[in-house]
Design a protein around this ligand. Structure first.
Ligand code: BJW
Length: 237
């Protein structure tokens, strides 16, 4: 095995105190996703969208990486030590993977701690609250800043690079995602079609569970370290 491709979703950060989206009590059971996670919702009521992401940013400020994030950072380090390639593609907008030490990370749905100006296009780190009146740090105009996240109907980031990496992977591991949002939900079928070993680690079977060759179910803080330990101790490593 030379190339490891890991996909993560909200379940990997659940035990860090960040809510998932579609579970019982998930974010989309409390708030209408069309209001806060679509460009149309933002155009209709930007103040509501800013309030939603300000609260998410505050949640993130109080969160810390868990054992699953740390195990993935160990796996990346083990790959580096043995001249293997490792890439972590996350649907999560939190930065807990980076806080745990992961380095080669693609945030396909953007980053909560970044903002983008729709007028001048600048992308900047941002940890404070955002309001309609907030001025762009680059062009100084107010009223054009938005969270640097990918909403429904928008193209996720770095898709060409992601599919290039997926096409070369020997091992595809999906962690803590329901498999209900495309294009990430289609990665496992793509990997399987390439003859890649596919593994699902999740609290319970996802919508794509039947596509995976191997599965392991339980909380991410338990199953991810266990899987990484087994992988690094195995004959094929
Ligand atoms: C644990 C655990 C623990 C819990 N341990 N596990 C019809 C058919 C096919 C596709 C479409 C369609 N209609 C529309 C589309 C496309 C659409 C889509 O997929 N819609 C579906 C809902 C049907 N997709 C898009 O629009 C995407 N763009 C796109 O396709 O571009 C091409 C295009 C562009 C223009 C025009 C046309 C096409 C963009 C999707 C953007 C998603 N954005 C969000 C919000 C990001 C910002 C934010 O965070 O606020 O991304 S929505 C939300 O869902 C977030 C997540 O990244 C994403 C995925 O959720 P995830 O991570 O899987 O979380 P959950 O909650 O669903 O699952 C958690 C899992 O963890 C569960 O399985 C639990 O069991 C498990 N778990 N605790 C381990 N402790």
């Amino acid at each position: 095995m030379q190339r490891v491709f890991v996909l993560t979703g909200a379940g990997v950060s659940a035990e860090s105190g960040l809510g998932t989206f579609r579970d019982k009590d998930g974010i989309w059971t409390k708030i209408n996703l069309e209001d806060v996670a679509t460009p149309e919702g933002f155009a209709r009521d930007p103040a509501k969208v800013h309030a939603f992401y300000n609260a998410r940013r505050a949640n993130l400020a109080a969160a810390a990486p868990n054992e699953a994030h740390r195990a993935l950072a160990r796996l990346e380090a083990a790959c580096a030590d043995t001249a293997r390639e490792f890439i972590l593609v996350t649907q999560n907008v939190d930065d807990l993977h980076e806080q745990a030490g992961s380095q080669n990370v693609i945030h396909m749905h953007g980053e909560l701690r970044k903002i983008r100006c729709e007028r001048c296009g600048v992308v900047k780190p941002w940890v404070e609250d955002l309001a309609l009146e907030t001025k762009c740090p680059a062009c100084t105009r107010a009223g054009h800043l938005r969270p640097h996240v990918v909403w429904f109907g928008e193209m996720p980031f770095e898709m060409d690079r992601i599919y290039d990496e997926l096409g070369m992977a020997d091992l595809f591991v999906s962690i803590g995602t329901s498999g209900s949002v495309y294009p990430a939900a289609a990665f496992v079928a793509f990997a399987k079609g390439m003859g890649t070993r596919t593994v699902e680690l999740n609290l319970e079977p996802s919508e794509n569970a039947h596509v995976f060759a191997e599965t392991m179910y339980g909380p991410a803080s338990i199953v991810v370290p266990l899987f990484v330990e087994q992988l690094l101790g195995g004959d094929t490593w």
